[in-house]
Write a protein that binds this ligand. Structure first.
Ligand SMILES: *Cc1c(COP(=O)(O)O)cnc(C)c1O
Length: 360
C-alpha cells in the first residue's frame, strides 16, 4: 500500500517533497558522513541548519527585528505555564475561552494569579467565536489570551479581539503558517509545530523583545525564562535538532510554494470544496457557525453514531485515514493542513458523496 490521505489533527501530514529530501539526506547529510540526528548541536553544520531555519521563518512570516523567534520544547502545553511565569507581572490575565486548549491554558494561569475568562463559547459547545469587540478587559490585566484556531471544535478567529490596549497573546498551533499574520498585533504568539508545520517535539514562540526580561515570577526555573533561550539563540541546552531541521525544510517548501499568501489561497480553496459539499449534503452537516469556520480543522456529523462509525471505517478502507472526530464533538473531523493536497480533499468529497448516495 502507498501513502494514504492523512486527515489527522496532529501529528499530521507533512509535504511529501520534504520527507523525500530528508530521506535522501538521512545517512549522509551534505557530505558530512552522518545524519542530522547524530551531529552535535554545537557543530558548524548544525549551526548553519538552525540559523537558516530562523532566517527562512522570519522571511516567510515577516517577523520584525524587534521580535525574537524561539525554538522551544515542552509543546504548546508548557507554554500555558511559561506565558504567565514570564508575563503575569501584576498576576492578572484575561482569557477568551473558545475550546479545550484555551481552557487548559486558563487553568494553568490560575496557578500563578488571577486569571479569568472574559468571554466564552462554552454555552454552545464551542461552536462559535464570541463577539470580542467590547470585552470587560481589566484595567490591570497583563495580557489577553486567545487560541486562534480551535483544533477540536473547528472554529477560527477571522478578526483579532479588541484588547483595549493590552498585550495580545495567542496560541496559533493549528493554523500556524496557514495564512499571513500581522506579527506586530501580538506581544507573543506560539505554535506547537506538529499540527501544521513539522514533526512533534517543538513549539515556536515569537515574542516582542521588550517582553524578554529577567523580571519573571519568583521560582521560575532557568529553562522557563524566555530570556534564557533568547540570549542563547535557542541553544541554551540541546534543542530538538531533528525537528528544527525538518521545520527548516518545510519553511523552504512554503517559500517555494509562494509563501503564506499563496498558502492562504490554497487553504481557502480546499476548505471551500469541503464546506460547499457539507452545506448541500442531506446526510452530513458541519458543526460550526458559518462565519467562524476554520480553514484547517473541519468537524462534521451525520447525527447517527453508527452511521459515523460506518463512514470512518469505509473511508479508511478507501485510503482516507484519521477522520474520526474528537470525543467531545463526536462524528468526524477532517484536518486539511498546508501539506494536504487539493486532490486529497477532492477524494474525500467524492467519497462522502458516494457514501451519501449509498446510505440514503
Ligand atoms: C495540540 C494543541 C495544543 C497542545 O500541544 P502539545 O504540543 O501537545 O502540548 C495546544 N494548543 C492547540 C491549539 C493545539 O491544537
Amino acid at each position: 500500500m502507498g501513502r494514504v490521505y492523512n486527515f489527522s489533527a496532529g501529528p499530521a501530514v507533512l509535504p511529501e517533497e520534504v520527507l523525500k529530501e530528508a530521506q535522501a539526506d538521512m545517512l549522509d547529510y551534505k557530505g558530512c558522513g552522518m545524519s542530522v540526528m547524530e551531529m552535535s548541536h554545537r557543530s558548524a553544520m548544525f549551526d548553519n541548519i538552525i540559523k537558516e531555519a530562523e532566517k527562512d521563518f522570519r522571511e516567510l512570516v515577516g517577523v520584525p527585528d524587534n521580535y525574537k523567534v524561539l525554538f522551544l520544547q515542552g509543546g504548546g502545553s508548557l507554554q500555558f505555564a511559561q506565558i504567565p511565569m514570564n508575563l503575569m507581572k501584576n498576576r492578572v490575565a484575561d482569557y477568551i475561552v473558545t475550546g479545550n486548549w484555551a481552557k487548559k491554558a486558563l487553568a494553568e494561569a490560575e496557578i500563578y494569579g488571577d486569571a479569568k475568562a472574559v468571554a466564552s463559547s462554552a454555552d454552545k459547545n464551542f461552536t462559535y467565536i464570541p463577539d470580542c469587540s467590547d470585552l470587560p478587559i481589566r484595567e490591570n490585566a497583563d495580557y489577553v489570551y486567545i487560541c486562534e484556531n480551535n483544533t477540536i471544535y473547528g472554529t477560527e478567529y477571522k478578526k483579532l479581539p479588541n484588547t483595549k490596549g493590552k498585550l495580545l497573546v495567542a496560541d496559533v498551533s493549528s493554523n500556524f503558517l496557514s495564512r499571513p499574520i500581522d506579527v506586530e498585533k501580538y506581544g507573543l504568539f506560539f505554535g506547537g509545530v506538529q499540527k501544521n508545520v513539522g514533526p512533534a517535539g517543538m513549539v515556536i514562540t515569537v515574542i516582542r523583545e521588550d517582553l524578554v526580561t529577567d523580571d519573571v515570577l519568583p521560582g521560575t526555573p532557568t529553562m522557563m525564562k524566555y530570556k534564557t533561550q533568547a540570549d542563547k539563540d535557542s541553544l541554551y541546552n540541546t534543542p530538538n535538532c531533528w525537528c528544527i531541521y525538518i521545520c527548516g525544510l518545510v519553511f523552504k517548501w512554503l517559500k517555494n510554494m509562494g509563501g503564506l499568501e499563496e498558502m492562504n489561497k490554497r487553504n481557502e480553496k480546499k476548505a471551500a470544496l469541503l464546506y460547499d459539499y457539507l452545506d448541500q449534503s442531506k446526510l452530513f452537516k458541519g458543526t460550526v457557525r458559518k462565519e467562524d469556520r476554520s480553514l484547517m480543522n473541519v468537524p462534521f456529523v451525520t447525527g447517527d453514531k453508527d452511521m459515523d462509525a460506518k463512514f470512518v471505517a469505509e473511508a479508511k478502507a478507501a485510503g482516507l485515514e484519521n477522520l474520526k472526530g474528537h470525543r467531545t464533538v463526536g462524528g468526524m473531523r477532517a484536518s486539511i493542513y498546508n501539506a494536504m493536497p487539493y486532490a486529497g480533499v477532492q477524494k474525500l468529497v467524492e467519497f462522502m458523496d458516494k457514501f451519501e448516495k449509498e446510505n440514503s
